[in-house]
Write a protein that binds this ligand. Sequence first.
Ligand SMILES: [Zn+2]
Length: 360
Amino acid sequence: MWQVIGQPKIIRLFERGLRAGTLAHAYLLVGPPHVGKGTFAINLAQALNCTGSDPPCGQCPSCRRIAEGKHADVRSIRLSAGEGNGRAQHEISTEDIKEIQYSASLPPYEGRFRVFIIDGAENMSAEASNRILKVLEEPSPSVVWLLLVVEETRLLPTVVSRCQRVELRPAPVPEVAGLLQERYGVEAAKAGLLARLSGGRTGWAVSAASDSRLMEDRARTLETLVSLLGADLNDRLQYAAELARTVEKDRRAGAEVLRTWLGFWRDVLLVKNGCAGDAVNIDCMDTLNKLASSATLTEIKAALDRLNDTLSQIARNVSAQLALEVLLLNMPTHRLPSPSTTEGEAAKVPDRGSSLSERK
Ligand SMILES: [Zn+2]
């Protein structure tokens, strides 16, 4: 069965294509980080090589070997986060592509299709992109390319034009909560909190359920934001420099801090407008309520605009330090107690239209 949730239309489209044998030789899977692009790509590789009666069955030797990353015909490349030498990789290099380019010229070794997954294809160097373009221009009937991208505008337009574009949207929050409870045994209140925080990005929710560091990082990020709101200019500038160093080492990690702040300010806006039930950071409602009553609507909107501007500047490689200094120096001043991000507080959340607990 397909492991990816919240994408019924896309699954139907691919099931039809698989039955009729009309799948394209290259797909651009577009969507926000952790929305399920990787899971979908693996499922599709399984479906293409499945020997069971209902592909992707997940049970046949081929499906299992693909899930375990052991199938000779399914290769995945992505940026390394620097596990080996401590330095994060910024580009998918020519060397990375050269090797799979050679494999793509060979017939499948153990399955029906060779499947190449390039996760974060927008990070290919110019030369790597040109190599990919070359293989896409000369498609082989037994090779399928899956390019996974968050920011498709950073890809060569010629690469985009040779792929069929498929957009994965965030899954409905109740479906993510249901998945966490049913498939991963997460208790209801925590599943509800993680599903809301994920914004429908299933991969993030599943990672956060199994790796407590993600929630600890988020708690620290929110504590930092609240302490900066009460901090003087010196402390703000010092933090801007610290975050700029993070961005330089790992742009995604730096952007994640700003996205967490953005989510928090969105909640402040919701609370200010009387829509507290739609907030996602439901484990720190006390802080949200205090900030919403202390900040003006103009301040909240300006904070959201500046965060969005800073995120797009960082994506465009504008000087991170300058962008972050402007952001932090313009942040309004509000002295608040540190947020207590305890999952137990999820129970205190006000009712919302489609309550997570209603789903069974
Ligand atoms: Zn199978």
